[in-house]
Design a protein around this ligand. Structure first.
Ligand SMILES: Cc1cc2nc3c(=O)[nH]c(=O)nc-3n(C[C@H](O)[C@H](O)[C@H](O)COP(=O)(O)OP(=O)(O)OC[C@H]3O[C@@H](n4cnc5c(N)ncnc54)[C@H](O)[C@@H]3O)c2cc1C
Length: 366
């Protein structure tokens, strides 16, 4: 055996899994076809659950490394509702900066990484890499939403309706300490602070041809704020959807991060889920029982999936969106509870979390 665990994919999920597995004392090798720092279109917000999981991985975010935010505001031009996190810290930071932190921590933990390396073939006991067979006990697919490892393990996936996410950074001091989600006609613009003088603006839409500049005309308040701000990155895009693998383990293969499930980017939860899955996966591997990971994964994604369905319902129906925004604005305590569930302050999968979400759901659909 060359390594206990071979991880394919060195994005946030793969690196987090590698660190967590090393922390359990197992040997791990990681492979990624790209070279760092790896960028990707992302809203770049880390909810308190993500920062707490990062702490468990040995990465402590602070004001020097990231831009803190204190809660979330929803608005649609008519109604606005805001809620502050009651526990934990949330941060925005550029995707490349997050990747650098994870790469440095993986190196400190002693993870051998083969960057710019492709796997030419996978077998149940080994993978051909650069003309050499790497034998492993477990194989982890952390290779994103189009996972080759998932295909290799013959694990099917559910298909959600795809949307498109675009993001660009602007040199402007954040005007609020909240992440703002602005709801428009079948699209959302999300503003996340990523520095003392920088924000990340993301657009979520089902229209592949829509771009930030055109979309911002629907949001005159944001357009006014950004009119003098210099864009400091190119507009980048990615496909996003609510979808998942039909199973997250098969034999000696496990999936983590977007390879195992994706929630629509507007939920801002993909990274929290990936880091928490990585910790659960390491725990299961240390006990030599991947079934533990399958059940932990279900618990981890359950609430995020329900919350995302609610957000997508607000996206697709103008009536429900208006009703929801009015409800949140007039019942701030309900909105605060939903944000607490969303941010992981009410443990996901708990009866209380499920109760709060179904209350919101029932009120909206009544
Ligand atoms: C527009 C948008 C906005 C988002 N905003 C947020 C947000 O604000 N907060 C949040 O928490 N989440 C957000 N998300 C979700 C988050 O970006 C993802 O959940 C996260 O990137 C998942 O990380 P990952 O490591 O699983 O996958 P990826 O980041 O896709 O990494 C996969 C890695 O695998 C490598 N790879 C792929 N195939 C192979 C192969 N065959 N061999 C070797 N390597 C391979 C790739 O090079 C890549 O490095 C957003 C998503 C989108 C699309």
């Amino acid at each position: 055996m060359d390594t206990d665990v071979l991880i394919v994919g060195g994005g946030p999920a793969g690196l987090a899994a590698a660190i967590a597995i090393r922390q359990k004392g197992l040997g791990v090798t990681l492979i990624d076809s790209r070279t760092p720092p790896i960028d990707k279109a992302c809203g770049e917000g880390l909810l308190p659950e993500a920062t707490s999981a990062l702490r468990d991985l040995g990465i402590e975010l602070d004001r020097a490394s990231a831009a803190p935010f204190a809660g979330i505001r929803f608005s649609d031009g008519n109604f606005s509702a805001a809620a502050r996190f009651s526990r934990g810290m949330a941060f925005g930071l550029r995707r490349t900066a997050l990747h650098r932190l994870l790469v440095d921590r993986a190196s400190e933990a002693g993870v051998p990484v083969l960057w710019g390396t492709r796997i030419s073939a996978l077998h149940s006991a080994g993978a051909w890499v650069n003309g050499r067979l790497i034998r492993y006990r477990w194989l982890i697919g952390a290779d994103g939403r189009h996972s080759a490892v998932r295909r290799f393990a013959k694990i099917g996936s559910t298909r959600g309706r795809s949307r498109f996410g675009f993001r660009r950074h602007y040199a402007v001091a954040p005007w609020t300490d909240l992440v703002e989600v602005h709801w428009g006609q079948r699209c959302q613009v999300v503003l996340t602070p990523t520095g003392e003088r920088e924000i990340c603006v993301s657009l979520f839409t089902a229209d592949a041809h829509r771009r930030l500049d055109r979309a911002l005309s629907q949001f005159p308040g944001i357009a006014r704020r950004l009119c003098d701000a210099r864009p400091v990155s190119a507009e980048a895009g990615a496909v996003t959807s609510l979808a998942g693998a039909r199973a997250v383990t098969r034999g000696n293969v496990a999936l983590v991060g977007d390879a195992s499930c994706t929630v629509d980017g507007v939920a801002g939860q993909g990274l929290s889920l990936a880091f928490r899955q990585a910790l659960a996966l390491a725990d299961a591997l240390a006990r030599g029982n991947l079934a533990l990971y399958q059940s932990a994964h279900q618990r981890i994604v359950r609430t995020a999936t329900r919350m995302t369905r609610l957000l997508l319902l607000m996206n697709s129906s103008a009536t429900i969106r208006r009703k929801a925004l009015r409800l949140f604005a007039t019942r701030p305590a309900l909105f605060a509870k939903m944000i607490a569930v969303h941010a992981g302050e009410t443990p996901s999968g708990s009866l209380r979390a499920a109760g709060i979400l179904s209350l919101g759901w029932r009120v909206l659909c009544a």
